[in-house]
Write a protein that binds this ligand. Structure first.
Ligand code: DOR
Ligand code: ZN
Length: 361
């Protein structure tokens, strides 16, 4: 049988509707100014994580943060790109029904993020007992169709770090969705076959985001030839069987799996440290990383659905009408990039990817 090449691609070039990043950390201040251009050049929209210090806990604060992002883009001369930051609130034990009502009336705030207290970077003000303390808020979110974005790991120190996502499904995700079956849930940055299987078979409005690092690498990457902090993120990379399950889900035609980089910049000296911070910086080259992962299994034709269609459909937003072109042309990832007064090491720094984004004219 002859292979059919879709209209939008040749073997060396792929043009897709502009992608969106449904999970992104851009920080604030000088860090924001250092990283925001990387996302704005590739993505038309991004769900902006609220785990600043202090966290973004009100609509008013989210709108101020959004304005900071827009100002940073203007200062960089990138206002014309039309990048749209989609804001979120950080769920705490004190989030109120009024906060949820304010989200549902806002054009710019789109979701609430659950960080189990202590699970990851700046999560210490997160929820201590979701099912025990947040009933009224969850009811309001269900009623007003406000999505809950879930960092799905238990924080119980007695649970092995590599099992925390799987245990979260049993202890929190299943009871949560039984109690609020119409609540819209995004299981963020899934890392295990357990999570993929759960999302595939679950009833009701649930989806999952997948990062480039979890598609491209398994946990060996953290330990190859020495301890490699730039491959350390949370949830941590898992074994190869899990990576294969994620690749299979991302490149399938299941509409529940879509792109969310979880790009999470930390200065080089804070990653190369006795207690190195969790987070991979992938915004710089996110689409080249995803293209590499999809092409590696002969599924580059599925990249557009994953990157540019399913997320918008889940969030009930129009798909983008502008385009992005990727070309098969070797690209060696920068060893480091400026980050305010510090520097940032991108994911897979120094390695060469077979794909890159074609610079815009
Ligand atoms: O690796 C991570 N980094 N995981 C998270 O959940 C948070 C993020 C960050 O903000 O640095
Ligand atoms: Zn994140």
């Amino acid at each position: 049988m002859l292979a059919v090449t879709p209209m939008n691609m040749t073997p060396d070039k792929l043009t897709i509707a502009s992608p969106d990043d449904w999970h992104l950390h851009v920080r604030d201040g000088d860090a924001l100014k250092a990283v925001i251009a990387d996302s704005a050049r590739q993505f038309r929209r991004a769900i902006i994580m609220p785990n600043l210090r202090p966290p973004v806990v009100s609509v008013q604060r989210a709108l101020e943060y959004r304005q900071q992002i827009m100002d940073a883009l203007d200062q960089l001369g990138l206002g014309h790109l039309g990048f749209d930051p989609l804001m979120t609130l950080y769920l705490t034990d004190n989030t109120s029904v009024q906060d949820i009502e304010a989200i549902s009336q806002s054009d710019h705030v789109h979701a609430v993020k659950l960080y189990p207290a202590g699970a990851t970077t700046n999560s210490d003000q997160g929820v201590t007992d979701l099912l025990g303390r947040c009933d009224k808020v969850l009811q309001a979110m269900q009623r007003l169709s406000v999505p809950l974005l879930v960092h799905g790991e238990v924080t119980d120190p007695s649970i092995d770090l590599f099992d925390r996502e799987a245990v979260f499904i049993d202890r929190v995700m299943i009871p949560l969705r039984q109690r609020y079956p119409e609540l819209r849930v995004v299981f963020e940055h899934v890392t295990t076959k357990d999570a993929v299987d759960y999302v595939r078979q679950a009833q009701g409005p649930i989806a999952a985001t997948i990062t480039p690092q979890h598609l491209l690498y398994n946990r060996n990457a953290i330990f190859t030839g020495g301890l490699r902090p730039h491959w350390y993120c949370l949830p941590v990379l898992k074994r190869e069987t899990h990576r294969l399950a994620l690749v299979d889900a991302a490149t399938s035609d299941n509409p529940r799996f879509f792109l969310g980089t979880d790009s999470a910049p930390h200065a080089r000296h804070l990653k190369e440290h006795g207690t190195g911070c969790a987070g991979c910086y992938s915004a710089l080259h996110a689409m080249a990383l995803y293209a590499t992962a999809f092409d590696a299994v002969g599924r580059i034709d599925r990249l557009e659905a994953f990157a540019s269609e399913r997320g918008a459909d889940f969030y009930g937003m129009p798909r983008n009408t502008t385009t992005l072109t990727l070309v098969r042309k070797p690209y060696t990832i920068e060893e480091q990039v400026p980050f305010g007064k510090a520097v940032l090491v991108p994911l897979a720094a120094g390695q060469t990817l077979p794909w890159q984004v074609q610079p815009q004219a």
